[in-house]
Ligand binder design. Structure first.
Ligand code: ZN
Length: 371
């Protein structure tokens, strides 16, 4: 394998915002008992050879028969320790949180992404039924499971059952409220599988989001920006978003339902699990400050997405980067939510799974890496 082959797939998929946003997604390549997997915190679009961690395949396989404690925190801590030990000597980076999932997929190349089009399916009520009809045994649908070892183990068990029924290894592992795993033994095969999936989805889509920017009347971005700086500090990041699609959603708290909860783990990490709704009446700056204070009292952190009634959306945070990523994921959430209308409507993550991500150590690590 050449370095070119190693970086080609992640760069192509990671450099395409239709597939990957904010350093999400990951790829791996297996060769001669070694799995090269994306390091946590490195981003696919501009990855170099050092953005990969080399893992010993045998040591990874041994994790499936290891005994881990039932206690969530202890278990994840021990799994992480074993993952670190499974690195080839000389490796210092932390492998992707999804390393274990990559490790048992028998394709040379494995490409995991979170495309808005695919998530329109994974975050919908009718997604599973559609996938079963359109993709048949080629796809395996996985309901929402807490990430980390639990998810990898759950998927492996479902795959083993699928194989035991006489099926081939599925071309697609579709993770509800998350994304898709696919791959192939050649780059051409990877591309072919993605094209087939995306082609079928495009055929099924009738309702598409209107992402045209359209400033709403009555919004005073300067006033809002000053208020954000007051509340989030001098380094605060601020992005004012006004998309045609969101106009009617901003009429009331109820109308904003399509973006009022968490679609996937990345949405929780980057834009927050729930936006702050700010009613339009009265002084906008005062309403923003009061709203952020009560949100912080309730959730223990400040919101990153503010929905201001009939005025627009503000993505904000402690830094420019946090605000920018939040805006990126908000726009993605708009697309996902509208695409989901093609599959009987949007379905958010269950509350307990949202709470798990909010508390998850690995996600805190990722959020820290990106800020
Ligand atoms: Zn993922």
């Amino acid at each position: 394998m050449s370095v070119q082959e190693l970086i080609d797939v992640p760069r192509r998929y990671g450099g395409n915002p239709d597939y990957v946003l904010a350093g999400g997604g990951n790829t791996s390549l297996k060769e001669g008992g070694v799995m090269y997997v994306k390091a946590s915190g490195s981003s696919m679009g501009d990855i170099e050879e050092k953005g990969f961690v080399r893992m010993d395949q045998k040591s990874l396989d041994a994790l499936w028969t290891a005994d881990y404690p039932d206690n969530e925190d202890e278990r994840e801590e021990q799994v992480l320790e074993d993952l670190m030990k499974a690195r080839l000597s000389g490796e210092t980076a932390r492998p992707s949180v999804e390393t274990l999932l990559h490790s048992f997929i028998p394709f040379t190349f494995v490409v995991h992404t979170h495309p808005a089009l695919v998530n329109g399916l994974t975050c919908s009520i009718g997604g599973r039924a559609w996938a079963e009809k359109a993709l048949g045994k080629k796809a395996l649908w996985i309901p929402v499971v807490n990430p980390g070892y639990i998810l990898a183990k759950y998927v492996k068990d479902r795959v083993d059952e699928h194989l035991a029924r006489g099926n081939e290894f599925p071309d697609y592992i579709i993770l509800q409220n998350h994304g898709v795993f696919t791959g192939g033994n050649t780059i051409a095969e990877v591309d072919q599988r993605y094209q087939l999936l995306m082609g079928k989805l495009e055929e099924a889509i009738r309702i598409t989001p209107d992402m045209a920017e359209e400033p709403l009347s009555g919004a005073d971005a300067d006033v809002l920006k000053a208020a954000v700086k007051d509340v989030y500090g001098a380094d605060a990041g601020f992005e004012y978003i006004s998309i045609k699609q969101c106009g009617p959603w901003l009429e009331s708290r109820e109308a904003a339902a399509p973006v009022f909860s968490a679609l996937t783990p990345d949405h929780i990490v980057y834009m927050g699990h729930e936006p702050l709704w700010i009613p339009a009446d009265g002084d906008q700056a005062a309403a923003l400050k009061a709203g952020v204070a009560s949100y912080e009292a309730e959730h223990g952190k400040k919101p990153k997405t503010l929905l201001i009634q009939n005025r627009g959306i503000v993505s904000c945070g402690d830094s420019e980067k946090v605000a920018h990523l939040s805006g990126l994921l908000f726009r993605d959430a708009v697309k996902v939510s509208v695409f989901a209308e093609n599959f009987d409507g949007v379905q958010f993550m269950p509350e307990d799974k949202i709470a798990f991500i909010n508390n998850w150590e690995v996600e805190k690590y990722r959020a820290k890496q990106s800020s």
